[in-house]
Structures are given as structure tokens and as C-alpha cells.
Ligand binder design. Structure first.
Ligand code: ATP
Ligand code: MG
Length: 570
């Protein structure tokens, strides 16, 4: 492609509403344009990188035996009604009416239409298993679209669905997809970890997320360097910690009431009592589908709302309203405590609190706390279990070694759905004995745009993107330093034509611009190999620079062409 003809506009300035490197670079390099909040167009250069990712995803799906098809993005409401998701999606679903007033939506995910298609096509166990996929636009009216295509409202997802006769079959289909995902993300050059994810809300038997390690990631991940355990914060289990002999032998002291005027938060309490956060237990009241529940965790821990919510199969969960807190505790907000609470509401106590001694809690009396409180002696729990987020240094639930934490971007998600959708939509098959059974399903998603952004997060520097060759929109750029010099232009065209001949995407920067401008653009859009043709053109010598390493070499034109071939092959 001739840069003089390329539909591309790069920008020197960092766009003001882009907070993270990938978003900034995708706009600066002119890969995409914002159309509305969370809605983007890809420009030709961006489109090429995007297609390269999409093709890798497609090749790995095909290799795994999945069959590609395409479903509509506009779907009638009835498709989602049978599963209950027409209501469940709530405001995240884009809804529309046709001219006759019929309700439609823009598909947020396609479990239901795939299940219907298989239900209407497959009758017998002999036709199973089958795995189908599409690479299709999805629509979700996200509460907080941000970070460009990382969290957008229109995005492309590769979604696959497997259908098996039983759980054992599902295990095989799931493993096949797991391996295909590993190959896909390996080929994209990503540094990722696979974590156990929460499957509570979607009602399945197992689920894993592919997380690209990145400080801009929205998910917190706990992982163990000693064994291969990894889980996202929502899922990582926190057991009952071992306690030291000192704590074991500590005598239970008498409860004391302490006057703590205007001390509402844990931080204020730490300051006021000059004790560490491990001396406190906070009691937080939630409204879970209309029922008020108290949750108790150590002062410096965060309550994990997913774990707490899963205990009640919650659909809606919020902090309890101020007047509920005041009515139940008899005190202003900030002074809730467990004593006598169980007579009124459930008291869910975190595992860690169950081995603490002589701790401080709210007194259920405005301006007072209680010191030396102990579980069992002073109050009863409805249930002791795991309701907090894991933290750095917690024991690995698999091997007991301390856990590490990092942040990650979820690029893929694989999920054992079981019979949730097949039962709801009557997607059955006849077994050997002619008996009807629901198919056992799995679903598997990769966000193509989000993956592109994640690649950029892992491959960039202050000059721009450093595409891995597999993804790069153009593998090489030939840069003549002067376009009106016959020798320079002649050699540049020769190299360009030779690389084109090998069916490799290559640019020739034939613009009448200073070399500095051309170099900056090539670096910004992340071209892996840059071939500069300049003052030694008459000797057939050019300069080759590798974007990934910054390495610069002088070589003959034939060697430079070979260098591009080698880079593409590697
Ligand atoms: P998240 O927790 O980030 O909202 P999700 O759990 O809703 O994601 P899934 O329904 O599992 O996502 O979708 C499968 C894949 O689609 C995700 O792994 C991600 O790569 C991609 N994806 C989901 N939502 C978005 C979005 N708003 N923008 C871009 N990609 C998305
Ligand atoms: Mg997910």
C-alpha cells in the first residue's frame, strides 16, 4: 500500500478522553474513530490488525472442529423470553420496536438463538456432539463504557456453543475449546493467565476466564506461583486461617463499652483507638432481594458481594438503606454490631472472624463501640463461611503457599452451561433407547476488539504500538528519504514490489514528507520492520530497523527483503 493513498490520519496529541495506553494509541494511530460513547468505527489500518486477530481466532476454532455460521444481530423478544433473560438483562439490553410495534433487541449474547437452531436441527444422539460459532457484533448498553473498545457498547465477539449428550461429553468439548483458546492467545503473543471464575450467576458447573495481565485491567486476580492455582477475586476461596499459639492461648477478656463520639468509619476508629485494623470487625447490613442481612469481616477486608449474594441466590443486592440500619441496630449508621442482632436478622460471619479474639465492634448504640467481643460467647452467627475478597499473602487454597495478586483484562471466557438453556428451550435429543434428554451445553466467548486493545497494552512504548508480527496491519514499511531522488525511489520501489510479490502486507511511504515524519508514523502505527532507503541507495545498501528491539542494521536490498520474510515466518 502506498502511504500517499492510505486513508489514515495520525495524531501527535494524546486525546483528552482516553485514559489508558491502548485507547490513546488506537486513536493517535488513527486505527479507529469514536462515533458515540462506547461506539467506534475501525479505519483501514485498524481494520487490518483487527482482521488478523479475527482470522487467528477463526483458524483456531476451525482447527478445533467448531463450525462457523452467522446469526442476526436483530432478534425478536420471544427468543429471550423463554429463558427469562428478556427481563434479566434489564437496561443493558438495547431494545427496539419494528413498524408494527413488535419488540426486538440487538443481541447481547446468543445462547438462546443457537439453542433454538440446534433444537430445530438435531434430533438424535447420533448427530451429537456439535460445536458452532460465529464472529458477530454484540450490543450491551454498558453502564460505564470506557477505555475505547475494551468496554464498548457495540463490540465483536467470537461466541461458540457446544452441544453434547452428557456431562462427560461436555468435559471433552470444553477441554477442546480450552486448548483452542490457549493456542489463540499464544499466537497473539499475549501474556495471560487462566482463572477460575464465578459461575454462580449464570448457573453452570464450571467456568474459566482468560486474563491478560495488565495494570489497567478491571479484574483483580489471585494466583499462586508455587502451584498453578489462579482465580479471580470474586471466586478465590479464603478458608479459615491458621492462628498462632499466641492467639490460641489468648484469654477472653470482659466486654467493655467505649465512647467513640463521631467515629463512623474504620479509618476514624483506627485513628481514635490507636489499634491496627486487625483489631476490628465491621458489621455491614445489606438488602438482598428485600431481606436485610448482616455481614461481618475483619476491619480492613472487603466484603465480596458475589460470595455473599450467592448464599441467597440473590438477583438484587444493595447496601441497606439508612433507615433500615437505624431501625434494626437502634443506632446511627456507623455503629452496627453483632450483639443481639441474630434475633432480628441473619448474621453471616467471615471465616477469618471466627478465629479472631477480643475484637472491637459497633455497639448498636450511637457513639459507642464494644471492646473484647468474642464470637459464640457474645454473639451467635447464622453462618460462618467465606464472604470476603482474597488479599495478597492469603493461603493458596490448593497448596497453602502465599497468594500473589495482579490485575487482568478478561479477553475470553469459557463456561459449562449444563442444561440451563436446553431445558428452558426444549433443546432435546433422543438417546439410544429412544428417550428424550436435554442437551448438555457449553459456551465460549472471545472479545475480538478487547483482545486487540489488550495486545496493544502489552506491546507499546512512548513512540507507539509495537505489534507482534502476527497481528501487525503491515509487516514492513519501506521509507525513501527523498521521493524526488531517482536512485532512492527506484530501489524503494524494487524492494516494495519484491515484498508485495510474496503476499506480505507492506507500506511504501511515498509522501513528500521529511524522513522524521515518516519514521514517527511508522513507529506510531507499530510496523515491525522499517526499511529506510537513503544516501547509500546507489550501493544497494539500506537500513533495517526492528520496532520490537530497536536493533538497526545496514544490509543489501536482497538481505532486507529476506529479513522481512524471516520476521513474518518467525
Ligand atoms: P465483563 O465482565 O468484562 O463485563 P462479561 O463477563 O460480561 O465481561 P462475557 O459475557 O463473558 O463478558 O463475554 C465474553 C467476552 O466478550 C469477554 O471475555 C470479553 O472479551 C468480551 N466483552 C464482554 N463485554 C464487552 C464489552 N463491553 N466490550 C468489549 N468486549 C466485551
Ligand atoms: Mg465473563
Amino acid at each position: 500500500m502506498r502511504v500517499s493513498r492510505l486513508f489514515m490520519a495520525t495524531q501527535r496529541e494524546v486525546p483528552s478522553d482516553a485514559e489508558i495506553p491502548s485507547h490513546q494509541l488506537m486513536l493517535r494511530a488513527g486505527l479507529m474513530r469514536k462515533v458515540a460513547s462506547g461506539i467506534y468505527s475501525f479505519m483501514p489500518v485498524g481494520m487490518k490488525a483487527y482482521r488478523n486477530i479475527e482470522n487467528i481466532v477463526r483458524e483456531e476454532m476451525d482447527k478445533a472442529g467448531a463450525q462457523e455460521l452467522i446469526m442476526p444481530a436483530v432478534l425478536p423478544a420471544e427468543v429471550y423470553m423463554a429463558s427469562g433473560r428478556w427481563e434479566k438483562f434489564g437496561p443493558e439490553m438495547f431494545r427496539l420496536l419494528d413498524r408494527g410495534g413488535r419488540q426486538f433487541c440487538l443481541g447481547p449474547t446468543h445462547e438462546e438463538p443457537f439453542t433454538e437452531a440446534v433444537r430445530d436441527t438435531i434430533k438424535s444422539y447420533k448427530q451429537l456432539p456439535v460445536t458452532l460459532y460465529q464472529i458477530q457484533h454484540k450490543y450491551r448498553d454498558e453502564k460505564r463504557p470506557r477505555f475505547g473498545v475494551m468496554r464498548s457498547r457495540e463490540f465483536v465477539m467470537k461466541d461458540a456453543y457446544s452441544f453434547d449428550v452428557d456431562e462427560a461429553g461436555l468435559d471433552v468439548s470444553y477441554q477442546t475449546m480450552y486448548k483452542a483458546y490457549c493456542s489463540t492467545f499464544d499466537r497473539l503473543g499475549l501474556d495471560y493467565i487462566i482463572v477460575d471464575a464465578d459461575s454462580g450467576a449464570m448457573g453452570g458447573s464450571g467456568s474459566q476466564e482468560f486474563m491478560v495481565k495488565s495494570i489497567v485491567g478491571e479484574d483483580a486476580i489471585c494466583y499462586c506461583s508455587a502451584c498453578n492455582y489462579a482465580a479471580n477475586e470474586e471466586k478465590a476461596q479464603c478458608g479459615v486461617p491458621e492462628v498462632s499459639d499466641d492467639v490460641k492461648n489468648e484469654a477472653l477478656l470482659d466486654v467493655e463499652k467505649i465512647y467513640t463520639p463521631n467515629v463512623h468509619t474504620i479509618e476514624e476508629l483506627i485513628e481514635f483507638t490507636k489499634s491496627g485494623p486487625e483489631a476490628f470487625v465491621k458489621t455491614i447490613l445489606y438488602n438482598i432481594d428485600g431481606k436485610i442481612v448482616a455481614a461481618m469481616v475483619r476491619g480492613d477486608r472487603d466484603i465480596n458481594e458475589t460470595k455473599l449474594g450467592n448464599l441467597y441466590d440473590a438477583t438484587e443486592m444493595t447496601l441497606a438503606a439508612f433507615d433500615d440500619v437505624e431501625r434494626i441496630t437502634g443506632a446511627k449508621v456507623g455503629f452496627a454490631g453483632p450483639i443481639n442482632l441474630k434475633e432480628k436478622i441473619d448474621v453471616i460471619v467471615d471465616n477469618e472472624v471466627s478465629v479472631m479474639k477480643n475484637f472491637i465492634v459497633g455497639a448498636c448504640e450511637t457513639d459507642y463501640h464494644l471492646k473484647n467481643v468474642n464470637i459464640d460467647r457474645d454473639f451467635e452467627a447464622t453462618k460462618v463461611c467465606d464472604i470476603r475478597n482474597a488479599v495478597e499473602g492469603d493461603k493458596c487454597p490448593k497448596c497453602g503457599k502465599p497468594l500473589s495478586m495482579c490485575r487482568g483484562v478478561e479477553v475470553g471466557h469459557i463456561f459449562k452451561l449444563g442444561t440451563k438453556y436446553s431445558s428452558a428451550l426444549n433443546c432435546n435429543y433422543l438417546d439410544k433407547d429412544g428417550k428424550e434428554n436435554p442437551m448438555v451445553m457449553g459456551c465460549y466467548g472471545i472479545g475480538v476488539g478487547r483482545t486487540m486493545a489488550a495486545v496493544i497494552e502489552q506491546y507499546n512504548d512512548e513512540d507507539g504500538i509495537k505489534w507482534p508480527v502476527n497481528v501487525a496491519p503491515y509487516k514492513a514499511s519501506v521509507i525513501p528519504t527523498k521521493i524526488n531522488d531517482e536512485e532512492i525511489m527506484g530501489l524503494s520501489e524494487k524492494i516494495y514490489a519484491a515484498i508485495c510479490d510474496k503476499n506480505i502486507d507492506v507500506l511504501i511511504d511515498d509522501r513528500n514528507e521529511r524522513p522524521g515524519v515518516k519514521f514517527k508514523d511508522a513507529d506510531l502505527i507499530g510496523i515491525p520492520v522499517r526499511i529506510t532507503v537513503g544516501r547509500r541507495a546507489s550501493e544497494d545498501i539500506v537500513e533495517v530497523k526492528y520496532r520490537a528491539t530497536g536493533e538497526v542494521k545496514e544490509m543489501t536490498s536482497a538481505e532486507a527483503i529476506q529479513a522481512v520474510l524471516d520476521a513474518v515466518k518467525a
